[in-house]
Design a protein around this ligand. Structure first.
Ligand code: PEP
Ligand code: MN
Length: 295
């Protein structure tokens, strides 16, 4: 383990893990769900809320397959101004209806500090997307929103920069933070992004915050998603954020990386042996900090 870590992350006092003694972990609780505890928590749903039918059918399917939270963007950051931008408040209302019908907690993205209030009325967890990780006005506003924040790593951000944004949230008053590795930009073009799988054990070593993995935006193609999900389980992630759509070929965004209901169910059925490996791996983490060696 890199000896620099013994000092490099120490300035993030609110989000860093203590070097001494038995380290505590923070657990983020929403409704009756604990993220960062013993359970491997799966958040699933479409990239964007497109219609009531699309969302309610997805909510029912992912809930049956074992997801605990429902994702779906009502405000979408799109690279092109001509792409679908999301349903806004109407989308939030559909999300809330899905929660009533299934009991799933809701995760949805917030892009602007102006929308924090209205989204916090509907969402259980506020998602900060990769493009917004360094939107400091947004982070400040989320510090006072009264909801946990799912903070996605910027696509060109180092882990130190990710923790810096987490520290800003915490300093602004919000300590309920979940970190999310979603792949970074590298020279590789075979996948949409490069999943930095090492980010999980590194973050779990230097920070007490829960860490989840988004294999969908990392892969960019659905065939890779279950494989990357297994990798996330083995390296000790606290859960997943996965895109699922009733008919990915007609999705208004990110269809190529969205799983069908059947593929999601199979992914969930296949993951247990990999979670068993993670239990053994858990013992390794504290030693990473303590060693300070160069091996
Ligand atoms: C999303 O979750 O749909 C999304 C836009 O993710 P990211 O910010 O990681 O690209
Ligand atoms: Mn998406």
């Amino acid at each position: 383990m890199n000896p620099r870590w013994n000092g490099q992350f120490s300035r993030f006092d609110l989000v860093a893990r203590s070097n001494s003694g038995e380290p505590s972990r923070s657990v983020v609780c929403v409704r009756n769900i604990e993220i960062g505890g013993d359970d491997f928590v799966v958040i699933a749903g479409p990239c964007a809320v497109e219609s009531e039918d699309q969302l309610l059918s997805t909510a029912e399917a992912v809930s049956k397959a074992g997801a605990r939270l429902l994702r779906g963007g009502a405000y979408k950051p799109r690279s092109s101004p001509y792409s679908f931008q999301g349903l806004g408040v109407e989308g939030l209302k559909i999300l809330s209806k899905a929660r009533e019908q299934t009991g799933l907690a809701i995760v949805t993205e917030v892009m602007s500090e102006e929308d924090v209030g209205v989204i916090a009325e509907y969402a259980d967890i506020m998602q900060v997307g990769t493009r917004s990780m360094e939107n400091y006005a947004l982070l400040e506003a989320l510090g006072r929103c009264g909801r946990p924040v799912l903070l996605k790593r910027g696509m060109t951000a180092t882990l130190e920069e990710l923790l810096c944004s987490a520290q800003i949230l915490a300093t602004a008053g919000n300590h309920e933070i979940i970190l999310c590795e979603r792949g970074i930009r590298t020279f590789e073009t075979a996948t949409r992004n490069t999943l930095d799988i090492a980010a999980v054990p590194v973050l779990k070593t230097v920070s007490h915050l829960p860490v989840i993995v988004d294999p969908s935006h990392a892969a960019g193609v659905r065939s890779l998603v279950p494989i990357l999900a297994r990798a996330a389980a083995v390296v000790g992630a606290d859960g997943l954020l996965v895109e699922v759509h009733p008919n990915p070929d007609t999705a208004l965004s990110d269809g190529e990386q969205s799983l069908t209901f059947r593929e999601f169910r199979e992914m969930m059925e296949d993951i247990d042996p990999y979670l068993a490996l993670r239990q053994e791996g858990r013992q390794l983490r504290p030693r990473l900090v303590a060693s300070g060696g160069t091996d």
